[in-house]
Design a protein around this ligand. Structure first.
Ligand code: FAD
Length: 385
């Protein structure tokens, strides 16, 4: 470990908590600061693929995640009436690690927070960084509480609007709207929904992810105006209109939506920061460095991998810290670039289905190629990190 004895982690999402737990378990003194005054995690659910579960296994929380979530090993592609087009068995996982385990964001967060606290990380809520001063062998910060503190490394896992990234590269590289957005709502899980489902429609895609024995979440991806901001009172009507072409459980869920339904809307803003992801002793990871279209369900997974690889490379102290952080950047960039490209292509392909003839062409293409294509991605993502 040598020169890295005390680290500041900025951001308490999946990436920051995994970093805090991993560094603390390796004997580093960790302070994690989180802007929110309480951990009220927005969002619906997270599918966690085998590559993320392997990282959580190193933190000793795999069994907890498996006991909490819903494990599955298949993806099904259907048309809008839920007529099957492709049944893909994921080539992810092994005897110990399931291909996927999905759970609510809040549950995953609580499990990782427990791991970080048990490892000895100090978690401070309602705190941000006001100033960062880099020196050759340390980084000095002024916190929003007014305190001055010194660390050997600052790791920014502060999400898509990262201020740590702005400290590194200014505003030259910022996520921009893709012109697509994702709608999500939690719903009861019909017994027959036992894996990840995509229902290809005309002009949009809908799907479901099981989150537990009784629940799943429904998602819907379609073109939406940049900066769209839907008023709460309009969401049931707008979501129903958007789901109108879909049958099966989608139609039932659409009909059952009420003013109390917690309908979440997020713009899709894929973004990949040209590496290196550090300067001096300030480094970033997770959504601060990359965000993806959600198709491979790899966003949080890549954040967790970043955290794991960062700790491994930084604490392998055989060369100067710049060389170790460069190693981290070089290992992470190609893998994240793969997820960025593959999921972005998938988004473009599915959203280009705009007519009945397009749908028939898509059905033929998916039947012929989709399982092999997803299988190639599985093999890459199941490989060593
Ligand atoms: C529709 C949709 C579906 C998705 N589905 C999946 C999925 O199924 N599986 C998957 O793996 N991923 C999924 N993702 C991606 C996933 O949500 C993100 O990639 C992941 O949450 C990123 O984790 P993070 O820790 O990097 O950032 P975040 O989760 O955004 O955490 C950043 C934290 O930093 C805090 N923060 C921000 N600024 C500061 C500051 N200045 N000081 C202190 N704290 C700060 C924030 O409050 C936040 O708590 C999905 C994303 C979308 C949009």
């Amino acid at each position: 470990m040598g020169d890295i004895r005390r680290i500041l982690v900025v951001g308490g999402g999946v990436g920051g908590l995994t970093a805090a737990a991993t560094f603390a378990r390796r004997g580093v003194e960790v302070v994690l600061i989180e802007r929110r005054p309480v951990f009220d995690i927005p969002g619906v659910g997270l599918g966690q693929p085998a590559n993320a579960l392997r990282v959580y296994d190193t933190l000793g929380v795999l069994d907890q995640i498996r006991a909490t979530g819903f494990a599955y090993d298949r993806m099904y592609l259907f048309d809008a009436s839920r007529r099957l087009i492709v049944d893909h068995k994921f080539l992810l996982g092994d005897d110990r690690i399931p291909a996927f385990c999905a759970l609510s964001r809040l549950q995953l967060h609580d499990i990782l927070l427990g791991a970080a606290e048990r490892a000895g990380a100090e978690i401070r809520l309602g705190v941000t960084v006001d100033e960062i001063h880099e020196d050759q062998d340390r980084v000095d910060v002024r916190l929003s509480t007014g305190e001055l503190a010194t660390f050997d490394l600052l790791a920014g896992f502060d999400g898509i609007r990262s201020t740590t990234r702005r400290h590194l590269v200014g505003t030259s590289f910022e996520p921009r709207p893709s012109g697509y957005g994702a709608w999500r709502v939690q719903a009861p899980r019909p017994d027959y929904v036992r894996g990840m489902e995509f229902l290809q429609g005309i002009g949009s895609k809908t799907g479901a992810m099981p989150l537990g024995d009784d629940i799943m979440y429904l998602f819907h991806i379609r073109p939406e105006a940049a900066g769209a901001n839907f008023a709460d009172q309009d969401r049931v009507r707008l979501f129903r209109e958007r789901l109108a072409q879909y049958g099966s459980y989608v139609a039932e869920i659409a009909a059952s939506l009420t003013a109390d339904s917690d309908i979440v809307y997020s713009p899709i803003e894929p973004f990949l920061l040209p590496w290196p992801w550090f300067r001096g002793r300030v480094v970033i990871g997770g959504d601060a460095a990359h965000t993806f279209a959600p198709h491979l369900t790899q966003g949080a997974a890549m954040a967790a991998e970043d955290a794991f690889v960062l700790a491994r490379e930084v604490l392998d102290g055989d060369v100067p810290i710049e060389a170790r952080l460069m190693r981290y950047s070089m290992k992470r960039y190609p893998r994240c670039a793969f997820v960025y490209t593959f999921s972005g292509q998938w988004l473009q392909d599915e959203q280009s289905v705009r007519s009945t003839p397009d749908m028939e062409a898509a059905r033929a293409e998916l039947t012929a190629n989709a399982s092999n294509r997803i299988g190639a991605s599985d093999r890459i993502l199941n490989g060593p990190i």
